[in-house]
Design a protein around this ligand. Structure first.
Ligand SMILES: [Zn+2]
Length: 329
């Protein structure tokens, strides 16, 4: 592939950069500092974004936290998965992955009591209290379950509307991307309920991996019309929200599967005021490849496809808003 001639975001020294290597940070020949491909390509936005993100990473986390839940089988206290709460028509749906759904929601499997966890709250008890319907898509590793309005109220969650979903295909290469989930590593005893192990949410700001760099990944079933790939470096220092903001290495992403991948529709410029609701749900996180330090997600359009197949009466509205739905077989 042809190299791009780009300027260092720190010292503006120009040099050739090969986007096919975009999993790596690129070192400046002049000042020796390392920057990601996104920062080389868009140094002004990246500087602005850095300043903003330091102030607002907590605001981002808080905002996404309000739309995100974890679900877990209470008997073994293991993390099962993360999901995003989306309100479509009169239904409150959770967008998640199939592989994280409890066995009995996928087929006939062992039953068990599920807890829904959000922030400092939990909903437990007979699932007929909160579970209305569930469906999954094996091929795309997507799951959905419909939960009651009462459960949402108890959890104090704010479902997003379809205006917060965006069919971004592989994602915008110049916009920061954020992934949120409930990593197993962040389990905490007796939280949010005495006698159980709870979870804390984690949100991570990173960059979309350039399509050209996909060739260097040996990842099964990775398709440009179905997935997004993000850099996820466990050596990264991250800020996370506990009783106060703490800096630590990024967690093992186990348990974060099903979590939302969020991105703004366009890079921030001087004309627009930054607000947390700029972020749109573009994909559902479904895989981690430690060898390459990347996460994989399925584009949200395939989850919407599952919604239209499950709730036929929503199809016209969704197809009008997301035209690509009509083209998916
Ligand atoms: Zn430099």
């Amino acid at each position: 592939m042809p190299h791009e001639f780009l300027k260092c975001p720190h010292c503006t020294h120009a040099q050739a950069i090969d986007p096919a290597l975009s999993r790596l940070p690129f070192t400046c020949d002049q000042c020796d500092r390392q920057s990601s491909l996104g920062a080389w390509r868009n140094p002004a936005t990246s500087r602005e974004y850095m300043a903003i993100s330091q102030e607002t990473s907590v605001a981002f986390t808080e905002e996404l936290h309000g739309h995100t839940l974890a679900y877990t089988i209470l008997a073994d206290g293991e993390g099962v998965g993360t999901g995003t709460v989306v309100s479509i028509g009169e239904h409150v749906l959770v967008a998640t992955t199939r592989h994280t759904l409890p066995a009995y929601l996928k087929s006939k499997g062992k039953d068990g009591e599920i807890g829904l966890i959000a922030k400092d709250r939990i909903v437990t008890g007979d699932r007929s209290r909160w579970l209305i319907r569930h469906e999954s898509d094996t091929y795309h590793d997507l799951g959905l379950f419909e939960i009651s309005h009462d459960a949402i109220h108890e959890l104090n969650l704010q479902p997003i509307g379809i205006d917060r979903l965006h069919d971004a295909c592989n994602g915008h290469p110049l916009c920061k991307v954020r992934v949120i989930g409930y990593p197993k590593e962040y389990r905490k005893d007796h939280f949010p309920q005495q006698g159980m192990r709870g979870f804390r949410a984690f949100s991570y700001g990173t960059e979309i991996l350039d399509l050209e760099a996909w060739n260097s990944l040996y990842v099964e079933n990775l398709y440009s019309n179905e997935h997004v790939v993000l850099n996820y470096d466990q050596n990264d220092n991250i800020d996370w929200l506990g009783d106060h903001v703490v800096e630590s290495p990024a967690p093992h992403p186990g348990g974060m599967s099903g979590g939302g991948i969020w991105q703004a529709v366009s890079p921030l410029d001087d004309k627009h005021i930054w607000t947390v609701d700029r972020l749109r749900l573009i994909a559902v996180q479904c895989g981690w490849y430690a060898k390459y330090s990347v996460l994989k997600g399925t584009q949200v359009i395939y989850w919407l496809k599952l919604v239209t197949e499950t709730y036929r009466h929503l199809r016209d509205e969704l197809e009008a808003t997301f035209p690509r739905l009509k083209t998916l077989s």
